[in-house]
Ligand binder design. Structure first.
Ligand SMILES: O=C(O)C(=O)C[C@]1(C(=O)O)C=C[C@@H](O)C=C1
Length: 363
């Protein structure tokens, strides 16, 4: 007993010493970030403070250097928060996201920018775009594809009418829970609220466990969570953030049918992002409706050995061109082989727009 207490005291003294060292080092790092802000302002009075490529490099370096015992993702998350606080000293970053509060999109925004960012909920995807275009916020976060349910067409369509750029991506593991309020009679759940995409992602589980409950689609999971607060016979399917926000209890956790259910979100803004080292580029291409169109479009990528990561077709909204393709591929537009492919595709296409080159999501 006494041996253990001596060791515990010694260990706690060591931890106190280490905490003081960490505190001093974080403060020194924050002062450096303040000096960086002065340098940026001296170079350009409209300086851009948030630098996605640099943040990706910092996080990747930390993950590569990490020797444990904390795992590299955990360590990167800690550094994510330190950088978020440093950036807030340079400039508090305002981020609009598809709301309401408590949605997975808010979770994605905080995962990407850290807790020091100011996040503002918007009612619709086009509102997020508009706020960014108008300069009312610095960046926006919108969902673009889910591993189970596929593409969020509304986001892709909004890009067609906008000059906004993609500055980054973040992928979030989506865990759905069946949630109730403390007054809900758990054995009497006859109605379940959720977003249609979440119902689709949990369909098999619901068929097996709640085949007779009425499924009521609502505009977001957070809205579903809000509704069950006042109904004793209802439950909601939503994530941790909504559960916490509305003080709900879990009846069942991780009820999604696919264990690696994840959603990819885009960070949209008004800046071109320099190369980070591991980048992706997103383009939208309009093609004439002719035989061999798709082959003509994809052949240069194959020849230059560029990895396509996504290809979506959307009906053209202008009616002038029949096909519009959204293509994501690995590489940055400033790399010579990517520049060469873009030039070739431009010659074959009716229209080509680079939506952005940006770092591949790190966390
Ligand atoms: O390197 C910069 O440009 C900084 O502003 C510093 C820093 C950091 O804390 O490391 C902070 C914010 C930027 O988004 C990137 C990095």
């Amino acid at each position: 007993m006494s041996d253990t207490s001596i060791n515990l005291d010694e260990l706690r003294q060591r931890i106190d010493q280490l905490d003081s060292d960490i505190l001093n080092l974080i403060s020194e790092r924050a002062s450096c970030a303040q000096q960086v802000a002065h340098v940026k302002l001296a170079e350009d009075e409209d300086a851009v403070f948030y630098r996605p490529e640099r943040e990706a490099q910092v996080l990747r370096r930390i993950m590569a250097l990490n020797k444990g015992p904390l795992d590299s993702e955990e360590m990167a998350r800690l550094f994510r928060e330190i950088m978020s606080a440093c950036l807030a000293l340079e400039q508090p970053v305002k981020v609009a996201y598809l709301g309401p509060e408590g949605t997975f999109t808010q979770q994605a925004a905080l995962k990407h920018f850290g807790e020091s960012a100011v996040s503002l909920p918007m009612a619709a995807i086009d509102e997020v775009f508009r706020e960014v275009e108008a300069g009312a916020v610095h960046y926006g976060v919108v969902p673009v594809e889910n591993s189970t349910e596929g593409v969020v067409n509304h986001t892709l369509d909004t890009f067609m009418d906008s000059s906004i750029k993609i500055c980054g991506e973040v992928v979030l593991r989506i865990h759905h829970h069946l949630l109730v309020s403390e007054t809900t009679r758990r054995d009497k759940v006859s109605r379940i609220y959720s977003h249609p995409q979440s119902f689709a992602q949990c369909r098999k589980w619901l068929d097996a466990h709640y085949p007779h409950a009425e499924r009521v689609p609502v505009s977001s999971n957070a809205e579903a969570a809000k509704l069950v607060k006042t109904e004793w016979h209802s439950a909601a399917i939503a994530g941790d953030m909504a559960a916490k926000l509305y003080g709900l209890e879990h009846i069942a956790e991780k009820i999604e049918d696919s264990p690696d259910n994840s959603t990819r979100f885009l960070i949209i803004g008004n800046q071109d992002v320099p190369m980070a080292g591991e980048d992706k580029t997103s383009i939208v291409v309009a093609m004439r409706n002719q035989p061999g169109t798709l082959h003509a479009l994809l052949e240069p990528f194959h020849r230059h050995q560029i990895d396509l990561t996504r290809l979506e077709t959307r009906p053209s909204r202008t009616g002038v061109w029949n096909y519009v393709f959204f293509i994501d591929f690995k590489g940055h537009r400033d790399e010579p082989k990517v520049a060469a492919v873009l030039e070739e595709v431009q010659l074959r296409a009716a229209d080509l727009r680079v939506l952005g080159s940006y770092p591949i999501g790190v966390l």
